[in-house]
Write a protein that binds this ligand. Structure first.
Ligand code: M6R
Length: 617
């Protein structure tokens, strides 16, 4: 995900910016850049790929005295990861960096182009700097031009801007994306009431970590804040334009905890991030009535009569979810393969099959091998992956990036959520191509897709409920997670999450299959986590759970509808569609595993015996 840094002062600006960007690396990015205004002149460097490339480009550049600098790591959303699309973006005499999305960028851009402005990038961000420079021509000063520009933007943003028209100043604005400013004053220690006129350096960042070691005190901007800093001042206006004082608080000096943004574990942070990362997954792909994948050449699907999905672990569960959606919406035969099995079983591969591999890392050895096999057999290949430039991305004919950002918890959460989101979109994209679903139905699905970020928001109430509930599930002789249709792969995923981090035995099972054997295990010490969606096979799933309840299994039901045969009940909100119920239940099973694991005292982020990326057989 994108990251921002800024520095105004006399120290080595280049190094401070590059070091700050390094601290944001863990968030994931595919290009980076800095712009420094020193003695009235700008120096600007950008590079695609890792920060070493940017370091290499700046190796002969030095800042010598007072300067105002801004830097950015970009995770591509609008436009490919190229140097032109990397931030900072240039106007005639100003540079801007931005996190978030400018929703009305297309109309602003159109108007600016009409007025003769030339755009260099495909990003939404570039409109900010051109609009600012347009306003600078009519407004009294740079601050007025900046505040006018901010008032013209819709969307979410954290913005830093430097301009030759106010050379010793950094302008900032925050709405919906995090940003803070920190100070380091030699002669002021630990006071929370700062003298705002004191001369000192100013540091900006989109999260705490780049400021650790530089600043003792920071001010977190609130939505609607904008203003500027010079070496003497921090001037903040609120959303109504009223001036306000910064409120400084002591900055924790613990980098690891800063990276966790106050959450106990990365897994917990990643569960909470899902709403934001899914918005990124959808961005630019969800049109008014249909799905766009600019990264796909439609001819990829020519002559294709079957899709074969191949993956491991959580990615396999996302693939299994896709198999239901592809057959239901795209009306295309879909088969599913566990990569470690597929590679050794002399599979029959025919050229009318599109071979799709799914992987968070893009490096899983078993999955990578099956991709090589499919290529060798002459099949068309597609990878759904979270890591750009990974081995699978480089090898496959086509790629859709899931845009989940770096996932640190070994137990995958947001990677799964974004994979399923991509697959839901892809099923509709193919449905449109093949004309297998009426336009009206596609349009309805598209509007449902837009609702996912709201449904995966974790509420305090829900988290508290699951925290309390978790204490009743720390013993017993095992768990069955059960569901039907797409809720079967979700049951498998719920069981995998629990196994991985709690070390308790858990299985995922199709609800209707329990009576064919596993029901023999039913007793009060067998815990059944029952997924009961209102909008898909509700009555049938309910009967399956009742069969278990009658045999005294302890039941924890997850549903929007009250269920009186359950010992415990987690109520999700009323949804319009089963896929939205899927995402709500996903949050519940993730949180349940997390809280059980925490109560058992386990290392949630680094469970025993597991590695994040399995690059060996
Ligand atoms: O990087 P990949 O998606 O290819 O990884 C596949 C599995 O190793 C991975 O999903 C694993 O099952 C996770 N630990 C699940 O939480």
């Amino acid at each position: 995900m994108c990251g921002i840094v800024g520095y105004l002062g006399e120290k080595n600006t280049k190094e401070i910016l590059l070091d700050g960007l390094k601290e944001l690396e863990y968030r994931g990015y595919d290009s980076a850049g800095i712009a420094v205004l020193e003695n009235g002149n700008f120096s600007n460097f950008k590079a695609v790929g890792k920060l070493v490339n940017l370091e290499d480009k700046t190796k002969d550049y030095e800042t010598k005295g007072f300067a105002a600098g801004i830097g950015h790591t970009r995770w591509a959303t609008h436009g490919k990861p190229t140097e032109l699309n990397a931030h900072p973006h240039l106007g005639e005499s100003s540079y801007v960096v931005h996190n978030g999305i400018i929703e009305n960028y297309a109309e602003i851009k159109k108007e600016l182009i009409r007025k003769g402005v030339t755009f260099l990038s495909q990003t939404d961000t570039e409109v900010i700097v051109h609009q600012f420079e347009k306003n600078l021509k009519s407004e009294l000063n740079a601050l007025k031009a900046f505040s006018k520009t901010i008032s013209e933007l819709n969307g979410a943003y954290a913005i830093l801007l430097v301009t030759k028209s106010e050379p010793d100043t950094i302008f900032f604005a925050k709405h919906g994306s995090p940003m803070l400013v920190g100070i380091s004053c030699d002669d002021n220690e630990g006071s929370s009431e700062r003298d705002n006129t004191m001369s000192c350096e100013k540091y900006f960042a989109s999260s705490d970590t780049p400021l650790i070691g530089h600043c003792s005190d920071v001010n977190y901007f609130e939505d609607g804040d904008y203003g500027y800093v010079t070496s003497d001042e921090i001037v903040i206006f609120d959303k109504d334009g009223a001036k306000k004082d910064p409120i400084f608080s002591a900055l924790s000096q613990n980098k690891l905890s800063a990276q966790k943004d106050g959450f106990r574990f990365f897994m917990e942070k990643e569960i909470y991030e899902q709403s934001d990362v899914i918005s990124d997954t959808l961005m630019g792909r969800v049109g008014d009535e249909e799905i766009h994948f600019d990264e796909l050449d439609k001819t990829l699907f020519n002559g294709i009569n079957e899709i074969k999905l191949c993956a491991c672990g959580t990615s396999y569960h996302a693939a299994m979810t896709a198999s239901y959606l592809f057959e239901r919406y795209s009306k295309i035969r879909t088969t599913l393969e566990i990569a470690s099995e597929f590679r050794y079983r002399d599979p029959i591969m025919s050229k009318d099959t599109l071979f799709v591999v799914i992987s968070q890392s893009g490096e899983t050895a078993d999955t990578l091998e099956t991709l090589k096999m499919a290529k060798k057999a002459g099949l068309k290949t597609l990878v759904i992956c979270n890591v750009d430039n990974s081995s699978m991305v480089r090898l496959a004919d086509a790629c859709i990036l899931t845009r989940a950002g770096i996932e640190k918890g070994v137990a995958s959460t947001k990677a799964f959520a974004t994979q399923v989101t991509v697959f839901w979109m892809l099923s509709l994209y193919i449905a449109k191509l093949k004309n297998s679903l009426e336009d009206q139905k596609i349009a309805r699905q598209v509007s449902l897709l837009r609702e996912i970020p709201t449904h995966v928001k974790v509420t305090d109430e829900m988290h508290e409920r699951i925290k309390r509930l978790s204490k009743r599930y720390l013993h017993g002789h095992g768990f069955f997670f059960i569901g039907r249709d797409v809720f079967y792969p979700l049951a498998l995923e719920g069981a995998l999450k629990l196994k991985e981090i709690s070390y308790l035995h858990a299985e995922g099972y199709p609800s209707g299959e329990m009576k064919h054997g596993p029901i023999a295990l039913a007793d009060p010490e067998l815990f059944t986590i029952a997924l009961l969606p209102e909008h898909l096979h509700y009555e049938k799933s309910k009967s399956n759970v009742e069969e278990l309840s009658a045999r005294d299994s302890t039941i924890c039901a997850i549903s929007a509808l009250e269920f009186d045969k359950a010992d415990d009940f987690v109520q999700i909100s009323t949804c319009q569609d089963y896929m939205l119920e899927f995402f709500e239940m996903m949050i519940v099973v993730q949180l349940l595993s997390l809280e059980i694991s925490i109560r058992l005292g386990n290392d949630v982020d680094m469970p025993r015996n597991l590695a994040k990326s399995v690059t060996v057989e």
